[in-house]
Write a protein that binds this ligand. Structure first.
Ligand SMILES: Cc1cc2nc3c(=O)[nH]c(=O)nc-3n(C[C@H](O)[C@H](O)[C@H](O)COP(=O)(O)OP(=O)(O)OC[C@H]3O[C@@H](n4cnc5c(N)ncnc54)[C@H](O)[C@@H]3O)c2cc1C
Length: 417
């Protein structure tokens, strides 16, 4: 009789979970991957869906089709509700799953700092629902402004405030500014574009704080050339139903406020696991819980300091963590010691619109068109699925030459409507 193979349960089909499932393909284990949606989402390109450039199907791939050839992995579409670390059981909305090894890679969510009214008034940019909500709100505001006769109300509809000057805020502000400068004037002849305003508010003293100061300045110059009103040292006092309140008390009426000022790890392990900054779970250098060596925590959920610096919440950290965990599981089955996780930093980058990006790769600091070409190459490499890569490349090429945004569709009803 065959001995039962060890059972691995992976929570989340993001970068970490998917990389782990794929890397376990030839390891003698049976894997169940639990994901609450039925797709893997390429979050770095969400802002392009939100600004009408890409279609959701170009940045999301069905998990079952991605893992079609990973024969030792089953997929369960279900929301994990809790984990019983003592009983080694995962509770999901569909059914419970017992495990020998558990890989928790549920990622992070927009951090509204526990402020329910902020959550109700601002829109995050963390999943497809957010991106589609932003696209619909943005375009609907132009439709409403086109028929609005009240000047103050029109100004409010046409003021877009982005909060947070990290890569997500910078990329979204740049993409929206280009949409407004080059595409929408052709559609909305009734709108006076002198009334349109994109404001980017950052609490710190520069944009892209994790990049070299020279690249931060380059990104800021680029945005300002696109007429983005960049406000540094601006920690908003409040987001109200009317708009935002600046640190000096000035009220800026704005119908659409985009919140990109922080994320927080998904609180899946509850009290059973020590949490540190941003709700991330403390793990050992081999990425498992100190109290439960059979439970690995990866990607955005995991807190680990390497050479005194916390591992950043980035896709390569998640992917490498997933691959590392598969190697550790395979080694344990052969009775070997755990190896520590070594993160190979391949650099970070952010686009600032068509043909412009900043990239920091080791000692190299690159901006402008070369930075954008590197960005394009890397994103094509990591985008899941040949079809998505081909269509994205075509769309970026088309946009580069013609400044077009083909997906200018309002697909959601107005808020509260
Ligand atoms: C707008 C944006 C832009 C970004 N740009 C970049 C970039 O340019 N470069 C870069 O390196 N990184 C970027 N990042 C960060 C990067 O996307 C994350 O670091 C990465 O996705 C983390 O991978 P992960 O596997 O930990 O989590 P995720 O990729 O978030 O995956 C988590 C998965 O778990 C699922 N899940 C969550 N809760 C449950 C549950 N209870 N039950 C079942 N399933 C669940 C989710 O649906 C999701 O599929 C960006 C992020 C955002 C939001």
């Amino acid at each position: 009789m065959n001995a039962r193979r060890p059972r691995v349960v992976i929570v989340g089909a993001g970068f970490a979970g998917l990389a782990c499932a794929r890397a376990l393909r030839r390891v003698p284990v049976d894997v169940t991957l639990v994901e609450r949606t039925n797709y893997h989402l390429f979050q770095p390109l969400l802002y392009q869906v939100a600004s009408g450039l890409l279609d959701p199907s170009q940045i999301a791939a069905p998990v079952r089709s991605v893992l079609r050839r990973t024969h030792n992995c089953d997929v369960l579409m279900a929301e994990v509700t809790s984990v019983d670390l003592q009983e080694r059981r995962v509770h999901t909305a569909a059914r419970d799953l017992d495990y020998d090894f558990l890989v928790v890679a549920a990622g992070s969510a927009t951090d509204y700092f526990g402020d329910a009214s902020l959550r109700a008034r601002a829109i995050g940019l963390k999943d497809l629902d957010d991106a589609l909500a932003l696209r619909s709100r943005l375009l609907r505001n132009f439709e409403r402004a086109a028929v609005c006769t009240d000047a103050a109300q029109r100004k409010r509809l046409l003021t877009f405030v982005v909060v947070g000057g990290g890569p997500t805020g910078v990329e979204f502000a740049g993409a929206v500014a280009e949409l407004i400068n080059h595409v929408l004037p052709k559609d909305y002849r009734e709108v006076d574009f002198a009334e349109v305003r994109v404001m980017l508010c950052e609490a710190g003293d520069r944009l892209l704080p994790t990049f070299a100061p020279r690249l931060s300045r380059s990104a800021q110059r680029n945005l300002e050339r696109k007429k983005v009103d960049v406000r540094l040292g601006t920690a908003l006092r409040e987001v109200t139903t009317d708009g935002v309140v600046m640190p000096d008390g000035e009220s800026v009426p704005a119908d659409m406020v985009v919140w990109t000022a922080g994320v927080r790890a998904v609180p899946l392990l509850g009290e059973g696991a020590p949490q540190v900054r941003h709700g991330r779970v403390e793990v050992t250098p081999s990425l498992h819980l100190a109290s439960h060596p059979e439970v690995f925590v990866l990607g955005d959920m995991a807190a680990l300091d390497v050479e005194g610096q916390p591992l950043p919440m980035l896709a390569p950290v998640a992917i490498q963590g997933g691959e590392h965990t598969a190697r550790v599981i395979a080694a344990r089955l052969r009775g070997r010691e755990d190896a520590p996780f070594r993160y190979r930093d391949k650099g970070t980058m952010a686009t600032v619109g068509r043909g412009a990006a900043v990239a920091q790769i080791g000692p190299l600091h690159i901006n402008g068109l070369i930075g954008w070409l590197i960005w394009l190459f890397i994103h094509l490499l990591y985008l899941v699925g040949f079809r998505s890569r081909l269509i994205a490349l075509w769309t970026w090429g088309w946009n580069y030459f013609f400044y077009d945004r083909p997906v200018r569709l309002i697909t959601l009803p107005p808020p509260g409507g």
